[in-house]
Design a protein around this ligand. Structure first.
Ligand SMILES: [Zn+2]
Length: 417
């Protein structure tokens, strides 16, 4: 298969062309395209996975872009499958309904609304909702569960159409989607259209701070085109005629920021709080290339240390399985070159993934119950952002002597509880 993808030659936020290499993670299979059988391994497409930094606007980004239709048309991450996310969604809806004082005639639009899990939490407060979801199989699932949804890709023109069709929204929510969009500015301009002059555009994105400081390089995959700092977001929001009114930190997805964008009005700039974030980011070094050069060295060291640990367990005759088949795990496995020789299989709670194979590394994905049936000596937690939940749920595996390994930021075997 000859992969069709494009490579940008300039920054997607400011069009600057003096981009600096951060780290090259090699050529990898798409982290959410799971082969169904061994017969599909040979035809798996691989694409360069390389992170860049724009010194002009400080946006950290990928330049190699795989067409969205290829990435998302049969996407199988269904948000409803995790307890941690479900609790996060309930709290998210409550905070937005109270913060914006939403009433029952108010409309909340969510872009990339997935199976409707978050919007269902808004419905519980009695507000009107509309989901916009590009994956047809998942949009249908949302509609079937009672969440009004349209199956469309979102952008500037689509924002205009939605407003004409459904009226302005009091809140437009993009939860963990902005980083997935190639035309970031067009997407934000579409959001600006949807909210009219009174609404708020609320985006939650994985935060660059955790990415850099906790060495979360496995969150790099082809879908994930941007790694946002508040500094870079401020520049992007300005380009869509919005200002950042508020910034919140959240623990979800390994560390996220939720930013509230308001329509730019005369004399109104970014809030003092947003400006403080940007100042702190400068002090932390996240707006200059030197910090990213250190990051690249640490990534290489992580790979060396993780492989050394797994080889050592392998030589000692220990059996190792993995927990989770998240996109991030597929970057980690592929970048480190881990296959079934070192990790026999992985397990996942998502029934849509069970029976498939991890992209590129080809670990079979088995049901979670396999851990108790086969009792491997060690379990490498690929879904490390859910590590606490996983360790709690697998108390019986641990009681029988099983041990957990966390891969990042430094690979380590967890102490017995
Ligand atoms: Zn730039």
């Amino acid at each position: 298969m000859s992969p069709s993808h494009t490579r940008r030659t300039s920054c997607r936020a400011c069009a600057g062309s003096d981009l600096k290499l951060v780290v090259d993670l090699g050529s990898t299979a798409l982290a959410n395209s799971f082969p169904r059988s061994a017969a599909e391994f040979a035809s798996e497409a691989r694409y360069p996975l390389v992170v860049w930094f724009c010194p002009a606007c400080s946006l950290v980004q990928l330049l190699d872009v795989v067409p969205a239709e290829q990435l998302f048309s049969n996407y199988i991450y269904v948000t409803g499958t995790s307890d941690t996310i479900a609790a996060h969604n309930r709290e998210y809806a409550r905070a937005v309904v109270e913060g914006l004082r939403l009433g029952k005639d108010d409309l909340v639009v969510e872009v990339a609304s997935n199976d409707g899990s978050l919007l269902r939490c808004f419905q519980a407060h009695g507000v009107r909702v509309l989901g916009v979801e590009p994956a047809s199989n998942i949009a249908e699932r949302a509609v079937a569960s009672g969440v009004p949804s349209v199956n469309r890709f979102f952008g500037h023109d689509e924002g205009r159409r939605l407003r004409a069709e459904f009226g302005p929204a009091k809140a437009l929510i993009g939860n963990n989607v902005l980083a997935h969009v190639d035309d970031t500015l067009g997407f934000l301009r579409g959001a600006r259209e949807v909210i009219g002059d009174e609404g708020r555009a609320i985006f939650e994105v994985p935060y660059l701070g955790e990415f850099v400081e906790r060495l979360e390089y496995d969150t790099v995959y082809h879908e994930h085109l941007c790694y946002f700092s508040v500094s870079a977001l401020m520049r992007l929001f300005e380009g869509a005629k919005m200002v950042i009114e508020r910034v919140e930190r959240h623990a979800v997805h390994g560390g996220s920021v939720r930013v509230f964008g308001a329509p730019a009005k005369r004399g109104l700039g970014h809030s003092a709080q947003a400006l403080e974030f940007a100042a702190a980011e400068r002090r932390a070094g996240w707006t200059s290339i030197e910090r990213y050069q250190r990051f690249a060295r640490e990534v290489a060291e992580n790979k060396r240390a993780l492989l050394a640990l797994l080889e050592q367990l392998h030589s000692a005759g220990k059996s190792v399985a993995a927990y989770g088949a998240p996109a991030k795990g597929n970057t980690l496995l592929q970048y480190c070159g881990i296959d079934t020789r070192l990790v026999e299989y992985t397990v996942d709670k998502n029934p849509l993934k069970v029976g498939l194979f991890t992209p590129g590394s080809h670990l079979p994905v088995l049901p979670v119950a396999t851990l108790l049936e086969r009792q491997p000596d060690f379990v490498l937690i690929l879904a490390w952002n859910f590590a606490e939940e996983i360790v709690r749920q697998q108390a019986e595996y641990a009681r029988r002597g099983g041990r957990f390994i966390l891969p990042l930021p430094l690979p380590r075997i967890l102490e017995k509880v």
